[in-house]
Design a protein around this ligand. Structure first.
Ligand code: C5P
Length: 297
């Protein structure tokens, strides 16, 4: 059995800097990964075919859909075809996805799950270290290549041009989601301006709320125009003692607050859960380096 963590992704900043001929937007984004996330368990299948079982808090949100369209299954099929074409041996596996992150929430849950599937399969099938997983990842979704790394990074282009950052200070953060899924294409379509400035030169210590406050998430206003509850989440996060910087992640609806310390973050999360029982809220750590023991077995 191989176990692979699929940590929640936060876009500390996301600037939209243009649009390609095929409609995809050019981004400049600063990304980090959290201590919390989904977990993927993978073992050889006895049945001769790929299968996926979902468990955990948000299992139902996924199980209602066709499991074949789940990004884990797409990743498996794509890597199987790619590896076979390159002459490697593969075999079917059973996946169990422990879904702890809300679905379609701007934390890259599905993309992180797909990246975890690629890493776990490469381990189980014994693919060579230098195998081009990023190439397969990019075919699944724009966010999947960065989720292979799961450490602080800057991504440009449509997400495929990745520069890893030096180790950063871990940040205490609160994540909050109003329980409403946001469709990423709709948010991009609602943008008023698509040609904004990129992120300025990134300082060595990028996990600095003061420097970060000069950056933006260009999708934030567009997402609020479609889902006004996102504005309520941002307001509620900002009102908590210890909150230093509040912003939306990805295309929403999850927002985050960087906190002074773990104590104020915990207090804020419990207070938000009490006052908004229908929201999903969590205090966690935005890691400063690669996620520890990401893949085991
Ligand atoms: O690649 P992914 O499936 O995450 O993207 C979902 C949708 O978001 C795309 O189909 C596209 O409409 C939009 N998108 C975009 N520019 C990006 C990433 C996503 O326009 N860089």
């Amino acid at each position: 059995m191989v176990t692979c963590k699929a940590p929640a992704k936060i876009n500390l900043a996301l600037h939209v800097c243009g649009q390609r001929g095929d409609g995809y937007h050019l981004l400049d984004t600063l990304v980090g990964f959290c201590a919390i996330g989904d977990t993927l368990f993978v073992e050889p299948a006895m049945t001769g075919q790929f299968s996926l079982e979902t468990t955990g808090t948000f299992a139902l949100a996924l199980a209602q859909g066709d499991t074949k369209s789940n990004l884990v299954m797409r990743a498996a099929r794509l890597l199987e075809a790619d590896a076979r074409a390159a002459g490697h041996e593969t075999f079917p596996v059973r996946f169990r996805l422990e879904k702890q992150l809300p679905v379609a929430s701007g934390m890259g849950g599905g993309s992180a799950d797909a990246a975890a599937a690629l890493l776990a399969l490469a381990r189980l099938w014994g693919l060579p270290e230098e195998y081009d997983l990023a190439g397969v990842a990019a075919q699944i979704g724009a966010d999947v290549p960065m989720c292979l790394h799961s450490r602080p990074l800057r991504a440009e282009g449509v997400g495929e041009r990745i520069a890893l950052l030096p180790p950063q200070r871990p940040l205490d953060v609160v994540l909050a989601n109003p329980g409403i899924g946001v469709a990423t294409p709709d948010v991009f379509r609602a943008l008023k301006s698509r040609n904004n400035l990129g992120i300025s030169e990134i300082p060595y210590l990028a996990h600095d709320p003061v420097w970060l406050s000069g950056l933006r998430n260009d999708l934030q206003l567009a997402a609020i125009s479609l889902t006004p509850e996102i504005g309520d989440v941002l307001e509620a996060l900002a009102a908590m003692p210890g909150a230093q910087l509040v912003r939306m992640s990805g295309s929403g609806a999850t927002c985050f607050a960087i906190h002074e310390n773990a104590r104020t973050a915990q207090a804020a999360a419990s207070q938000l859960v009490d006052s908004h029982p229908d929201w999903w809220c969590a205090a966690t750590r935005l890691e400063g380096e690669a996620i520890a023991e990401r893949i085991t077995g």
